[in-house]
Design a protein around this ligand. Sequence first.
Ligand SMILES: [Zn+2]
Ligand SMILES: [Zn+2]
Length: 245
Amino acid sequence: MCKKFQKAIIKVISTMTKHENVNLSIDFHVHVDERVKYWEIPNVLRARSIDGVGILTHNDFRFAKKIVDKFREKDKKKVYFAGVEIDTADGHLVAYGINQEIPRDRSAEETVEIIRDLGGVSIIPHPLMSHNSIGWKSYIVKADAMEFYNGFAKIFFNFPNYMAEVSFRHKSFGRVGGSDAHFAKAIGTCYTLVDTNGVRTEEEILEALRKHKTIPKIKPIDFYDIRNAFAIAFTPKTGRRIVRF
Ligand SMILES: [Zn+2]
Ligand SMILES: [Zn+2]
């Protein structure tokens, strides 16, 4: 009798304290540039249990926006939002939550200010990867977030990610992970858990990013990372187009 009572109490307590997993899994760095077969993206999201993606182009926000509008029409179950990866004078910078083109070739600090004035969110991607990265200047650039785990960095034995973690862990950046997928099947090799309290909208995701309610995640290297590295290195920088899907 006593044991039964105990069991009942435990059951009541566990029901009261049980709460749903409110984290969304979001890949903040998915490209639709050049020859990416972006029409595969919704299927890849389903297969990988990723809840949403930030869709990027290099210096062409309008193209990403058009693709996102199409995805939103076709697939109501996942969250799609558009952004741009800008070539600043100092290296790449990602903007979300904006609704117009961001000028390229300005300094990283100035570009962050422009994005903030437009109500957007800025992320420093792959901070220590190559000449395309903002590098040590990230110490003084007041972006909202930093990509601590980048998918492309995995083929360099994860060294650029490790260096970013060691160098910038005490800076007040929100923390994200992104696959840098230029090959649709590489989506989700790095991603981010975002605490939106269960709300599945672009606004809530970006707000969670501003409030640093994000945790970057990285998966062990696999074939898709290697295939993606080839896509990044060898895809010709022409042929951006919208197809019917
Ligand atoms: Zn980049
Ligand atoms: Zn990129």
